[in-house]
Design a protein around this ligand. Structure first.
Ligand SMILES: NC(=O)c1ccc[n+]([C@@H]2O[C@H](COP(=O)([O-])OP(=O)(O)OC[C@H]3O[C@@H](n4cnc5c(N)ncnc54)[C@H](OP(=O)(O)O)[C@@H]3O)[C@@H](O)[C@H]2O)c1
Length: 263
């Protein structure tokens, strides 16, 4: 784990926002709007596997960006990312843990490697990165973790993904309370289907169910809502009436009842 070498001259440290998965989909919008919400940042650090896509995001931002290519599921690359943080010892004002993958299909149809990757990226890397960034975060900073509405209910046919997002949801809510003492805000973002490259990648074996299509949200709208919720101190952000109703239904109705209706 990276250890903070914070000095007493905190004000001299560079203030940054870090966004993982900033090369596409919602990550791009998190990067575009980072300066609007985390107003006091000097630089925006963009993390993803594909440097060309990160540069594309950076070119639209029009302020200081640093592109760091790293596959956060690979130990060596993950450590090269945290080494940069350790060396620069920035004041992280905003951390957006957005990188994630999902592959639809029955558990036994997916390869063991695919099932493992979903937990490695969505859970393990997210947890490690929060732990490694936290020593560099101070009062008034924000952590936004990308969960999903899939966190609200077990999902046959998307089982590991939904379980991984339940983990993110639960972890974020717990940390939101733990870190309240330090005035660090944690928000779990729980959208339903969003129109991003994620859907095409997720449909490797199985197509998305038609009933979900009318609820497909725009990435731009989900991200703006996430930022507004985070900067209003909310620990959960759910975009759209449909998904808010789904969240309530998942709380009040037995899982089995909802699963029988939709799966
Ligand atoms: N779209 C939806 O319907 C939906 C709904 C709920 C939640 N989400 C969640 O929202 C987040 C963003 O997804 P999106 O919809 O914007 O789709 P996306 O365009 O596929 O974005 C996923 C991002 O994660 C990055 N990423 C994936 N694996 C990585 C790895 N090993 N190391 C570093 N970066 C990695 C990708 O970067 P590269 O491609 O450059 O590698 C990509 O930029 C994900 O956590 C996803 O689970 C999506």
């Amino acid at each position: 784990m990276v250890k903070s070498n914070k000095t007493e001259k905190n004000d001299k440290r560079i203030k940054i926002a870090i966004i993982t998965g900033a090369g596409s989909g919602m990550g791009r919008y998190f990067a575009y709007y980072a300066g609007k919400f985390a107003k006091d940042t000097d630089e925006i650090w963009l993390v993803g596997r594909n440097k060309r896509k990160l540069y594309k995001t950076a070119s639209r931002i029009g302020r200081n960006c640093r592109c760091i290519s790293a596959d956060i599921s690979k130990n060596e690359e993950y450590e090269s990312l945290t080494k940069i943080i350790h060396e620069e010892a920035p004041d992280i004002r905003l951390l957006v843990n957005n990188a994630g993958i999902g592959i639809m299909g029955d558990f036994s149809r997916l390869s063991p490697e695919e099932n493992r990757l979903m937990t490695d990226i969505n859970c393990v890397a997210l947890t490690r990165f929060m732990a490694d960034c936290l020593p560099f975060m101070s009062r008034g900073s924000h952590i936004i973790n990308m969960a999903s509405a899939a966190a609200f209910l077990p999902q046959p046919g998307f089982a590991v993904y939904a379980a991984s997002k339940s983990y993110v949801y639960s972890l974020s809510k717990a940390l939101s309370r733990e870190l309240r003492k330090k005035n660090i805000y944690v928000t779990a973002v729980c959208p339903g289907c969003v129109d991003t490259p994620f859907i095409g990648r997720a449909e490797k074996y199985v197509k998305m169910k038609d009933y979900k299509k009318p609820f497909m949200a725009r990435a731009n709208d989900v991200v703006l809502k996430a930022y507004r919720d985070s900067y209003s101190g909310r620990n959960v952000s759910v975009y759209g009436a449909g998904m808010n109703m789904f969240r309530i239904a998942a709380r009040v109705l037995p899982d089995e009842f909802i699963l029988r209706l939709f799966f």
